[in-house]
Write a protein that binds this ligand. Structure first.
Ligand code: AQP
Length: 339
């Protein structure tokens, strides 16, 4: 059971169970989550309230939430060191999310570039869910509930973190200091992995094209097949050049993550190799890197009670922490209490 150390800073980070986790999630986020467990009080959440901003099949979402919790533990999230819970199990997220809606403005949410990107193809406002527009406020609630000091974010989430900071400062000024104003951690170690089908685009778990991503649970054969099909270019030279050779550069990045070598070392290793052999080598490196996680996962899915216990105990502790902040907020905004 986790006991937080008062002298350590608090980190909050979430991952949406909107699809099975990819090696983009793994090398870009989950690996860092594991690495930061020693140094910080870590709060990690499967953010299912965020996942339903896009329509989900209920049975699939339910099964996936459990399985992806198991894969996080298999990947090294240690329930003795970090909290790992399902967001909807801690109702304070939805409650604070609503309250913060009343301290946020349409204008600032309308400026979120991720919302603009995600809705660019929509034919009219009638097909855009309010939750998708509003989710940065829920994200602010997720972070502010725990008096989070540090939020590890990719560059794509920078604007959302700024919003969380603005809302915190606004609330603190309106009343009195209530929320810690969180800092972003834009670590250099988190890789950005791109799609295998369109290497100029981020690898996403909800991509419609299954060949665009490698799942942490993919079998060795699937991994080999997907890498074989990975889009490269019409040249023959293996070198790192994100702009002109996005496919090859992405594969070098993946290899460097899987083998824990620098991109320069990876490029040097393959400078005289052909694309076909290079792709196979990347596939084998990923297969080998994922094997211990997949083995552990296979054991954990059979131990449903254990995984549930971790999720429940974490949610209980998270609720305790979150409600301390939520009670303060409710008092400040003037809600009546019978206590
Ligand atoms: N391709 C990626 N490379 C590096 N990091 C990535 N992350 C996601 N994809 C990559 C990081 O994973 C964490 C959790 O992401 P999320 O589930 O909150 O949502 P996301 O960023 O929108 O991830 P996906 O896979 O693209 O999900 P969908 O398809 O559902 O939108 C974050 O820290 C993210 O940076």
């Amino acid at each position: 059971m986790v006991q937080f150390d008062k002298d350590k800073k608090i980190i909050f980070s979430g991952i949406q169970p909107s699809g099975e986790f990819t090696i983009g999630n793994y090398y870009g986020a989950i690996k860092n989550w594991v690495a930061t467990q020693e140094e910080y009080n870590c709060i990690y959440s499967l953010v299912d309230l965020h996942a339903i901003t896009v329509l989900q099949d209920p049975a699939t979402l339910r099964k996936r939430t459990f399985e992806e919790a198991a894969i996080l533990i298999a990947a090294g999230i240690d329930p003795e060191k970090a909290l790992l819970f399902v967001q909807s199990h801690v109702s304070a997220h939805a409650e604070l999310g609503w309250i913060l809606n009343c301290y946020s403005y349409m204008g600032e949410l309308s400026r979120m570039t991720q919302f603009k990107d995600k809705t660019a193809k929509a034919s009219s406002n009638d097909s855009i869910r309010v939750g998708l527009f509003d989710y940065p406020v829920l994200m602010a609630a997720d972070i502010l509930l725990y008096q989070t000091d540090v939020v590890p974010v990719g560059i794509d989430q920078k604007q959302h973190l700024e919003l969380a900071r603005d809302i915190a400062q606004r609330f603190n000024q309106q009343y009195s200091p209530t929320f810690v104003v969180p800092e972003g951690y834009f670590g250099t170690s988190g890789a950005k992995i791109n799609s295998l089908a369109n290497p100029e685009k981020k690898m996403s778990k909800s991509d419609e094209n299954e060949n665009a991503f490698i799942l942490m649970k993919d079998t060795p054969d699937r991994i080999r097949n997907k890498f074989k099909r990975a889009v490269t270019d019409s040249e023959t030279e293996i070198r790192y050049d994100r702009e002109n050779k996005p496919g090859i550069s992405n594969l070098l990045e993946i290899y460097s993550c899987a083998k824990r070598v620098s991109i320069e070392e990876a490029a040097k290793e393959f400078e005289n190799e052909n694309y076909g052999n290079f792709k196979l080598a990347v596939a084998e490196a990923v297969i080998e890197d994922l094997k211990p996680i997949q083995d552990k996962f296979a054991e954990l899915v059979k131990e449903k009670e254990y995984v549930n216990k971790v999720l429940k105990e974490s949610a209980d502790y998270a609720s305790y922490l979150a409600n301390k902040t939520l009670d303060k907020v409710k008092r400040k905004v003037g809600f009546y209490s019978t206590k």
